[in-house]
Design a protein around this ligand. Structure first.
Ligand SMILES: *Cc1c(COP(=O)(O)O)cnc(C)c1O
Length: 380
């Protein structure tokens, strides 16, 4: 077995000299925040995914909070999401006082199962937050059908899926609002950052209001004079800086290359593990073309804990994404019980994330694959 000379994380940003230079230039410019880079970055994302509007935020979680505000979620409203996601997909509902309803996943794609969503709809259901887990779009065709039949708003959590496609259409145009995150491990980075894209002007206005204290120029404020503004609702300071937006603009010129590299790594893993006994590789729907934020296998026979520790010892940064959200003490205290989503729980016990990011070399890849194959052989 071969130990990597340095620890290789499951995910990592890819920053080059060009990225560094554009941030330095912005530091020397008149605007560090609320300047021209924000609008340019928003336009670049909107053009890339094909939406009319984009509103950038200081992080993806703030963006999800704003989307829940724009959707009008409040106490008494139920919002359906997946239990296999980062906690923020559910927490944003709680920020607005809403109730989170978890619908089980499809055991093969790891994404929320539309049939389970249907079962969870009640007269109080207001919205669905499907998550494009690992970068593979959720079954958005079916989810949008369910939403239209039941008059529900769909906020897609695309934290993993910028650049991914569903029936040839980029994620971003499928739902009422879509969130992308720019945390360093995500498809592109602004260090911290997030965005909501939408085609709906009403949501667009509300997102802008929420991002900046609920302050706007009303007709009344214009009559008062140039200094006057009005705070018409309770908002936050959720703004992105121009430094972040400048980095994001530079990163966007490389996104297609990043996604291509991720797709090649994923294809290599699938090829290596699809015929290995006791390993399940991620199923891809015919409709989807994943951006491969994560590559996750399921270990049917080997001990996940043992393999995890052995791989970590070899400096290979395997990981597990994610603990079912309702297992966290905060959600347990709210009364969610274990056993709620059996597919999600079974899946979680066996899941293992393998490193995938554009900085990996082909040598890293072959070392990871041969080590894991050998460890699996030993464990049987
Ligand atoms: C990263 C992530 C978020 C939150 O994004 P931040 O930018 O880190 O706040 C939300 N949902 C999912 C699925 C994520 O992976």
């Amino acid at each position: 077995m071969k130990k990597l000379s340095e620890f290789l994380s499951y995910g990592h940003q890819s920053i080059d000299e060009e990225d560094i230079q554009i941030v330095i230039e912005t530091l020397r410019s008149p605007f560090l925040t609320q300047g021209p880079k924000i609008k340019e970055f928003e336009q670049a994302i909107a053009d890339y995914v094909g939406t009319k509007y984009a509103v950038a935020f200081c992080n993806g979680t703030a963006a999800l909070h704003a989307a829940c505000y724009a959707a009008g979620i409040s106490e008494g409203d139920e919002v359906i999401t997946s239990p296999i996601t980062f906690a923020a997909s559910a927490n944003c509902v709680r920020y607005m006082g809403g109730t989170v309803v978890f619908a089980d996943i499809d055991a093969n794609t790891y994404n929320i199962d539309p049939a389970e969503v249907r079962k969870k709809i009640t007269p109080n259901t207001k919205a669905i937050i499907p998550v494009d887990f690992t970068g593979q779009p959720a079954d958005m065709g079916t989810i949008m059908e369910i939403a239209r039949e039941n008059n529900l708003i769909v906020i897609e959590d695309g934290a993993h899926s910028l650049g991914a496609e569903y029936i040839g259409k980029k994620v971003g145009t499928l739902a009422d609002m879509t969130m992308f995150s720019f945390h360093p491990v995500k498809p592109i980075t602004t260090a911290e950052g997030g965005i909501i894209v939408t085609n709906n002007e009403k949501y667009y206005r509300k997102l802008q209001l929420f991002r900046s204290h609920g302050i706007e120029q009303t007709e009344h404020s214009i009559e008062q004079g140039g200094w006057y503004y009005e705070m018409t609702d309770l908002g936050y300071n959720y703004r992105m800086t121009d430094l972040q937006a400048a980095l994001g603009l530079s990163q966007m010129t490389k996104i297609d290359k990043f996604i291509q590299q991720r797709r090649e790594i994923a294809a290599f893993y699938t090829e290596a593990f699809q015929d290995i006994e006791g390993v399940i590789v991620p199923e891809q729907l015919e409709e989807t073309n994943s951006g491969w934020h994560l590559y996750m296998i399921q270990l049917e026979r080997a001990s996940r804990k043992q393999i995890f520790e052995q791989m970590r010892y070899l400096n290979i940064g395997v990981h597990v994404h994610y603990i079912p959200v309702y297992w966290h003490p905060y959600y347990q205290q709210l009364g969610y019980e274990r056993g709620l989503c059996p597919n999600a729980e079974n899946w979680y016990e066996r899941a293992l994330t393998l490193p995938i990011h554009p900085n990996m070399t082909t040598e890293d890849l072959s070392i990871i694959v041969s080590n894991l194959k050998e460890l699996l052989n030993q464990s049987y």
